[in-house]
Design a protein around this ligand. Structure first.
Ligand code: GUN
Length: 290
């Protein structure tokens, strides 16, 4: 039987509709309009697409979004000055600096400068620490989107072996941290470029999460029959988007799989909106239900 498709596009729409309802309520109750400030330095084509999609999603859900476009030659000092301005602006609830930044900029210093209470990407070390300790302020958007997909698809996690391929600060590491939390209770392995016999480890995974950034890296012989496969990759190959998993081959082995496009990608944006709404609520002294 071919794998069940975990439809991120539809689930993301459900989440975004929920955010829209709650945003209307917040505006009605407090007059506060959740406001995301996105910063794009240069004109990387993929980043342009991501930022445009984020802006469109904000508008559709009733959130305000402002895009700050900076020249590719922007200096570290100028970018830090913009972050400081946004940090101090009481009407801004979320700040997002689109990555990657041009090579001459120090991304770590920039991300560290974002006020943690406005860090809706959840990249700041304070937010990473809170998440790791199981008391998150914001959850990082892509791993949070994956967790939501597992939850809604009723994928059992307790005592299951989850293997994460990739150790990035944005996806791999926080993904593993969320899977190991109490209540999720997976047993987690992180694989990376220096892992010995990665195929053998992947084949023991009940839940296999590919976040490696290599087109179709995961072949069918790396998947345990019946495993749930989550594909975080978005790679452009000959003008076509492909994931980190050989989708057609994996379909014949896995019990469930996320497609690319239409899987994890839309969920990332939905979680960003949820974080921005949460931040606006917290600025109003309200606790959040989501
Ligand atoms: N570039 C790729 N993914 C992301 C993300 O989730 N947030 C930001 N800010 N930049 C990215």
């Amino acid at each position: 039987m071919p794998a069940q498709i975990i439809d991120g596009k539809t689930l993301a729409e459900t989440v975004r509709n929920q955010v829209a309802v709650e945003t209307r309520q917040l505006i009605y109750d407090t007059g506060i309009v959740p406001h995301l400030a996105a910063v794009l330095v240069g004109s990387d084509p993929a980043s342009e697409v991501y930022v445009r999609n984020k802006e469109r999603a904000c508008q559709k859900a009733g959130l305000k979004s402002t895009l700050h476009r900076l020249d590719a030659a922007t200096t570290q000092a100028d970018l830090l000055a913009l972050i400081t301005t946004l940090n101090c602006d009481m009407k801004i609830h979320g700040i997002l600096v689109q990555l990657p930044l041009p090579m001459h900029l120090d991304a770590t210093q920039i991300l560290d400068a974002i006020l943690p209470t406005k860090d809706v990407d959840a990249f700041h070390p304070e937010n990473t620490g809170l998440m790791l300790q199981g008391r998150p302020r914001f959850l990082p958007c892509t791993p949070a989107g994956v967790m939501k997909m597992l939850e809604v698809s009723q994928v059992p996690t307790a005592g299951k072996h989850a293997v994460v391929i990739g150790r990035s600060d944005i996806v791999g590491k926080p993904m593993a941290a969320l899977l190991v939390q109490k209540g999720v209770d997976a047993t987690v392995t992180i694989c990376h470029s220096r892992t010995a016999d990665i195929g053998a480890i992947c084949r023991t995974a009940d839940i296999l999460i590919a976040a490696v950034g290599i087109p179709e890296f995961v072949k069918s012989d790396m998947i345990k029959p019946g495993a749930v496969v989550i594909d975080v990759g978005i790679n452009r190959v000959n003008e076509r988007l492909v994931g980190d998993v050989d989708f057609n081959a994996a379909m014949t082995v896995a019990s469930a799989i996320t497609p690319v496009p239409g899987g994890v990608g839309p969920m990332t944006i939905a979680m960003l909106l949820q974080n921005t709404l949460k931040s606006a609520r917290q600025s109003a002294g309200r606790t959040s239900s989501t």
